[in-house]
Design a protein around this ligand. Sequence first.
Ligand SMILES: Nc1ncnc2c1ncn2[C@@H]1O[C@H](COP(=O)(O)OP(=O)(O)O)[C@@H](O)[C@H]1O
Ligand SMILES: [Mg+2]
Length: 302
Amino acid sequence: MCFVKIANNKHVKSFTLHDFNNRMENHFDFFAFYGIIYNESLKKCKKFLLYTGGEINSMSEVIAVTSGKGGTGKSTVCAGLGNALANSGFSVVILELDFGFRCLDLFFGISSQVRSDISDYMSGRCRLKECVNKIPAVPGLSIICAPADFSAEFDCEKIAEAVSQLKNLYDFVLIDTGAGADKRVIRALKEADRIFFVVTPDNICIRDVSRLSDEFYRYGCDNQRLVINRVHKKYIDYGIVDNLDTVIDKSGIQLIGVVPEDNALTLFYGKSAGISDGSPGYNAFMAIVRRICGENAPLTIK
Ligand SMILES: Nc1ncnc2c1ncn2[C@@H]1O[C@H](COP(=O)(O)OP(=O)(O)O)[C@@H](O)[C@H]1O
Ligand SMILES: [Mg+2]
C-alpha cells in the first residue's frame, strides 16, 4: 500500500509506487510539481525533484497516543501502528513517555540493546540520536525508550524540543504516553498534529476518555481521533456497550480505527518480530494507516 503524493498549490496527485516509478522512467513531466511525498524510495524521488528544480516538503506528522485509563492498549497501538506505517514505506520513531513504565523494548525484544533513554537526553548525558534504537525486525521503525526508573524529571520544554528534532528526521513521530491528564505531558504534546485516544469499549473507560478529551481541548489540542481497542463480539453480546456507535457518541471523538482482540498482537512481543501479516490486528493497523493518508478504508469489525 505504498503511494506517492505530489502536490502543488493547485493539484494533488496520488500514484501507486509502481505507477510512479513507471512514470519516472518514462520522464513523466513533474516539472510543475513540488510538495508532499509519501513513498518507499524517497531518496530516488528527492533526486528526481532536485533535478527538476522542484522544492521538497517532506510532510512529517506527530501523533500522540493517550487514554484516561492504564492498560487500554496505548503501547500496543503505538507498536502496531509503528509497525504498519514502517511496512508501508514510512520512516517512524516511537517516543515512549510513560516514565517508569518502559515497555516497548520488551514488545520488540530489544531490551538488551537499550543503552540510553529519553531521560539521558533530557539531562544532557547523551545526544538525541544516541537514544534511538532501530528495530531489526521492522526496517524503518525505531524507538526511544522511557526511563525505567520513576525518579527521572519530566521536562516539557526538552520533550517538545526532542519532538521537533525528530520531526525533521522521520515521516512519523508516534508518542506513547502514560494514562491520565498529567498537565506536563499535555503541555509537551501541544505540538502534536493529532491525538489518538485509545479506549476499550466499556463505559468506565469511555467516560474517562471523554473527560480527558475535554482537558486536551482546553490546551488547544483539537485534532482528536478515537481508537477503539480490544473489540470482541462478547462486549456487545453481554450488553456492556450497545454497539460501537455508542462508544463513539459517548466519547464525542471522531473514530479513526477499531482494533480487535487479537493474540497475534501480543504473541509477537518479545520475539524480535513484526506483527504477523494478515492477522486481524495487523489488518486493523493497516486500515488506520490508510485513513491517516486520507484514503477510505472500510471498518472490518462491526
Ligand atoms: N487488541 C489487543 N488484543 C489483545 N491484547 C491486547 C490488545 N491491546 C492490548 N492488549 C494487551 O493488553 C495489555 C495492556 O496493553 P498496553 O498496550 O500495555 O496498554 P497501555 O499502554 O495503555 O497501558 C498488554 O498485555 C497487551 O498485550
Ligand atoms: Mg503503555
